[in-house]
Design a protein around this ligand. Structure first.
Ligand code: C2E
Ligand code: CA
Ligand code: CA
Length: 741
C-alpha cells in the first residue's frame, strides 16, 4: 500500500486550513477616537453571517498598514478618507492592495466631509466596496453595509480556498501520474482523496468492463484497489453479506453514470471510454461541503485521465509483446513464455516453422499480400492446433509453437501447408522448413532454447530445405566451437600469429612459374594449420576479415618486394580478397600505399574475387574495379563457373583472368570425358580476351587435357603445394622457375 510523505503533508495542510474563524475581524481606521467608539457600539452585539465581530483599531494610515501587515484574516477595513492629510485613507487603500497584496479584505471608505467623493477610478482600482458619508451611517445602514461586505469577503475566501484546493489537486494528480501501473495508481488515488478531505483512507475502486465474448455481452467486475476496512475485499466478498448494499449502490452509480454524495460516504463516477466504467467508493462518515464536492468532481476528471493514460501505457506495453500483424506473441513474449514452460520441468516441444522464400513472395506481390499471407498462415495454424499451445511470430517469416506436441500433431501442422493459401486473387503455395526440439535437450532458458532451435532451423534450411530437422545437442556444440574459434582468431590476428603461404602458378605451355597465389595460414601449436575454409567465413561474418585482409595485403607486398630484390622481378602475386574487404573504402588506399612503399609495379598485383560473391552486388563491385584498374592492378575472377555470370556482366567486370573452379578440374580426372565446363570457360575467356587459369590440378592427365583445351595457366598440387616464402625462394633457385608440364 502506498502512503507517501506527500500525502501526509497534504493532510496536515488541510487541517490547519479547515480551522474555523470564530469571529469576523473588522479594522477601524480613523484619527478620531470617537468614531471608533460609536462604530464599535453600533455593531457590538451584531451577528453577521453566523458570527460576531472582533474589532481592531488604528488611528493613522501608517499604523493601519503596520497592523494589516501583522494580522491575518481581517474581513473588513472601515477606512476614514481624510486623516492627517487629504486622501490619506486612499493611500492606505492603495497600499493594502498593492504593497501588502491583500486582495480578500473588503474596504469601506468613510468621510466626515459632506460632498467629498473619491473618483470612480480609485474605487475601481483599489476594489473599494462602499463609500459612505459618516453622517449617513445610522446603525441600521452600518449593519447592512457590513453584512454585504462580510458576505462578499466570505465568498472571496471560499473561491480562493477552492482555488487552493485545485492547486492541491493538480499537485496530487501530478504525483499520481508518476505511477506506472493501474494497481499502484488506484491505491494512490484512494489515499490521495482521503488526504484531500482529511479522512482516513477507507474505500475501494471498482471497474466494470463490458465483455463481448459470447453472444450476450456481459459486465465483468474488477476491484482495482481497496483500503482500510475494505482491504483485500474481492468481488465475490463484496456481493456477500454486509457489503451487498455497497455493491448495489456502486452498481447503481455505474448505471446512472453520476456521482453520489451521501451522509457518510461518496461514490465518484469516472467516465471512461465506451466499454469501461469506474467507481470510487469512499467512506466519509460525514457530509461533504459544497466546496469539497466541487473539488472531488474536478479531481475525478483528473483521475479518469490518469486511468486512460495508464490504459494507453498498458497498450504500449502490449505492443512490446504482441505481434501487431498477426496478434500473437512476438519474440520477446515467446522467450518469456518458454521460461514459464521450463518451470514445469516437463518434456515440451518447440517448433520453428520457416516460410521458404517468403521474401520472394513479398517482392513479387507486394508487402500487403505478404502480410495477408502471414495472417492466413496464422489462421490455419491456429485451427490445426490445441488451444493450449503457445503460438508466436519470432521473425518476419518464422512462426514458433511450444507445448506438448506429439509426432502426429507435428505431421498435421506441416500438413496444413500442402494446400495453397488464397490471398486476394492469388493461390499461393507455401513450403516450409521446420525445426523441432525437446526443451529438455536444449539450453535450459527461453533465450537459449530459441537460439538452439534456430541453429537446427539454419541447418535444416541449408541441408534439408522443405523438411523437418530435430535439434540435437551436438549442433549447439558445433556452434559454440565456432564461437570459440572466432575468439581465438581474434587473438591470433592481434598477436600476428597468422602467416601466408604461396602457391606457384604455371604457364601450361612452357612450365614457367609466372607467379604465386597468396593463401593465408593459421598455424597451431601442434604444428598443423586450421584451414582458411574454416576461419575465413567466420572472419567474414564477424568483420574480422578487414584486419585479417590488411595483414595479408601488407605481408604479401613486402614479400613480393623481397623476391624482386632476389631477382624475381616478373613474378606476379595473386591476392584473395573477400567481398566485405573489397567493398571497404580503405582497400584502394591501402593497395596504393603498399605499391608505393614497396616499389611494386601495380601490374604484378592481382586481386582475386569469387564470381558468386561478385554477382551479389555488381554495382558496388564495378565501382571498386574501376579504381583498381586506375591503379593498374589486375583482377581475377575466382571459382569461375559456379556463380552464373551473365556474359554481359562478365564484360563489365573487365577481368584479366578467369580461374576455373577446382570442382571442374576434379571432374576431369574422375570422368575422362567431363571437361565440358572447363572447355566452355576457356573458350569464353578467350573470346573476351581474358586469360584462363585452372586450379586444383593434381594429375598430369588433367594438365594435358587443359593444355589441349587451350588453358593458359594452372596451379595445383601436381606442380607445387602452397608453401612458406623462404622454402619457395629455395625452390625457385633449385628449379630456375621451371617445372615439368
Ligand atoms: P581459393 O582461393 O579457391 O584457393 C585455392 C585453394 O585450393 C587453397 O586452399 C589451396 O590450398 C587449394 N589448392 C591448391 N592446389 C590444390 C590442389 O591441387 N588440390 C586441392 N584439393 N586443393 C588445392 P586453402 O589455402 O585452404 O584456401 C581456401 C580458401 O580460403 C581459398 O580458396 C580462399 O577462398 C580462401 N583464402 C585463403 N587465403 C585467403 C586470404 O588471404 N584472404 C581471403 N579473403 N581468403 C583467403
Ligand atoms: Ca583464390
Ligand atoms: Ca579458387
Amino acid at each position: 500500500m502506498i502512503v507517501d510523505d506527500e500525502h501526509i503533508q497534504f493532510a496536515d495542510e488541510n487541517t490547519s486550513e479547515a480551522e474555523p474563524e470564530l469571529e469576523w475581524r473588522v479594522l477601524i481606521v480613523d484619527d478620531e477616537p470617537d468614531v471608533h467608539l460609536t462604530t464599535e457600539f453600533a455593531l457590538k452585539n451584531a451577528i453577521i453571517v453566523d458570527r460576531k465581530i472582533e474589532f481592531l483599531h488604528a488611528y493613522s494610515g501608517s499604523e493601519a498598514i503596520k497592523l494589516l501587515a501583522r494580522e491575518h484574516d481581517i474581513a473588513v477595513v472601515l477606512l476614514d478618507v481624510v486623516m492627517e492629510s487629504d486622501e490619506d485613507g486612499l493611500e492606505v487603500a492603495k497600499q493594502i492592495r498593492n504593497q501588502l497584496n491583500l486582495q480578500d479584505v473588503r474596504i469601506i471608505l468613510r468621510t466626515g466631509h459632506p460632498g467629498y467623493a473619491p473618483e470612480f477610478q480609485v474605487i475601481r482600482d483599489y476594489a473599494i466596496n462602499d463609500y459612505k458619508n459618516k453622517a449617513e451611517l445610522t446603525q441600521n445602514r452600518l449593519l447592512t453595509i457590513m453584512t454585504t461586505a462580510i458576505r462578499s469577503y466570505q465568498q472571496i475566501r471560499t473561491i480562493n480556498s477552492s482555488r487552493r484546493g485545485l492547486e492541491m489537486i493538480i499537485e496530487a494528480s501530478a504525483s499520481l501520474f508518476e505511477r506506472r501501473s493501474i494497481d499502484s495508481f488506484s491505491y494512490a488515488v484512494l489515499n490521495q482523496i482521503a488526504s484531500l478531505l482529511s479522512l482516513p483512507s477507507e474505500g475501494l475502486i471498482c471497474n466494470r468492463i463490458l465483455k463481448r465474448r459470447g453472444k450476450k455481452p456481459q459486465y465483468e467486475w474488477q476491484i482495482l484497489a481497496s483500503t482500510g476496512h475494505f482491504s483485500g475485499v474481492t468481488t465475490e466478498l463484496l456481493t456477500q453479506n454486509h457489503s451487498l448494499e455497497i455493491a448495489n449502490t456502486i452498481e447503481h452509480t455505474l448505471r446512472s453514470k453520476t456521482s453520489l454524495y451521501e451522509n457518510n460516504f461518496v461514490i465518484l463516477y469516472l467516465s471512461r471510454p465506451a466499454d469501461e466504467d469506474t467507481a470510487i467508493y469512499l467512506r466519509t462518515n460525514r457530509q461533504l461541503t459544497l466546496t469539497e464536492r466541487q473539488l472531488l468532481e474536478v479531481f475525478s476528471a483528473n483521475i479518469a485521465v490518469g486511468f486512460e493514460n495508464l490504459t494507453l501505457f498498458k497498450q504500449m506495453q502490449d505492443l512490446a509483446f504482441i505481434d501487431p500483424l498477426c496478434h500473437i506473441s512476438n519474440r520477446t513474449q515467446f522467450v518469456a513464455q518458454l521460461n514459464q514452460l521450463y518451470l514445469k520441468k516437463q518434456a515440451q516441444i518447440v517448433l520453428l516453422i520457416d516460410i521458404d522464400h517468403f521474401s520472394q513472395i513479398n517482392d513479387a506481390l507486394g508487402h500487403l499480400i505478404g502480410d495477408q499471407l502471414l495472417q492466413s498462415i496464422v489462421q490455419r495454424i491456429k485451427s490445426s492446433i490445441k488451444e493450449t499451445l503457445i503460438l508466436a511470430r519470432v521473425a518476419i517469416d518464422v512462426f514458433a509453437l511450444a507445448g506438448q506436441i506429439s509426432d502426429d500433431e507435428i505431421r498435421s501442422i506441416i500438413g496444413i501447408f500442402t494446400l495453397p493459401f488464397s490471398v486476394a486473387s492469388h493461390q499461393l503455395r507455401v513450403h516450409v522448413t521446420v525445426a523441432a526440439a525437446n526443451i529438455l535437450d536444449t539450453d535450459p532458458s527461453g533465450i537459449g532454447c530459441l537460439k538452439d532451435v534456430t541453429i537446427a532451423l539454419n541447418q535444416a534450411k541449408k541441408f534439408n530445405r522443405g523438411g523437418l530437422l530435430w535439434y540435437s545437442p551436438s549442433m549447439s556444440r558445433a556452434s559454440k566451437q565456432r564461437l570459440d574459434l572466432l575468439h581465438d582468431l581474434e587473438n591470433a590476428i592481434k598477436h600476428e600469429e597468422l602467416t601466408v603461404f604461396y602457391q606457384p602458378q604455371i604457364n601450361l605451355a612452357t612450365g614457367y612459374v609466372i607467379g604465386v597465389e597468396a593463401l593465408v595460414r593459421w598455424p597451431q601449436p601442434d604444428g598443423g594449420f586450421i584451414s582458411p575454409d574454416q576461419f575465413i567465413p567466420l572472419a567474414e561474418q564477424s568483420g574480422l576479415i578487414i584486419e585479417l585482409g590488411s595483414f595479408v595485403l601488407e605481408t604479401v607486398c613486402k614479400q613480393l618486394s623481397v623476391w624482386r630484390k632476389e631477382g624475381l622481378d616478373d613474378l606476379t602475386m595473386a591476392l584473395n580478397v573477400s567481398m566485405i574487404q573489397f567493398n571497404h573504402p580503405g582497400l584502394i588506399e591501402q593497395l596504393s600505399s603498399a605499391i608505393l612503399r614497396y616499389e611494386i609495379p601495380a601490374g604484378l598485383l592481382e586481386v582475386e574475387i569469387t564470381e558468386s560473391v561478385a554477382m551479389q552486388n555488381p554495382e558496388a563491385v564495378i565501382y571498386t574495379i574501376e579504381q583498381l584498374k586506375n591503379l593498374g592492378i589486375k583482377l581475377a575472377i575466382d571459382d569461375f563457373g559456379t556463380g552464373f555470370s551473365s556474359l554481359a556482366y562478365l564484360q563489365k567486370l573487365k577481368a584479366d583472368r578467369l580461374k576455373i573452379d577446382r570442382a571442374f578440374v576434379r571432374n576431369m580426372a574422375l570422368n575422362n570425358s567431363d571437361s565440358s565446363i572447363a572447355e566452355m570457360v576457356i573458350n569464353l575467356g578467350h573470346k573476351l580476351g581474358i586469360s584462363v587459369i585452372a586450379e586444383g590440378v593434381e594429375f598430369p592427365q588433367q594438365a594435358s587435357i587443359l593444355r589441349t583445351l587451350g588453358c593458359d595457366e594452372a596451379q595445383g598440387f601436381m606442380f607445387a603445394k602452397p608453401a612458406p616464402a623462404n622454402s619457395l625462394s629455395l625452390w625457385f633457385k633449385e628449379t630456375g622457375r621451371y617445372v615439368a608440364v
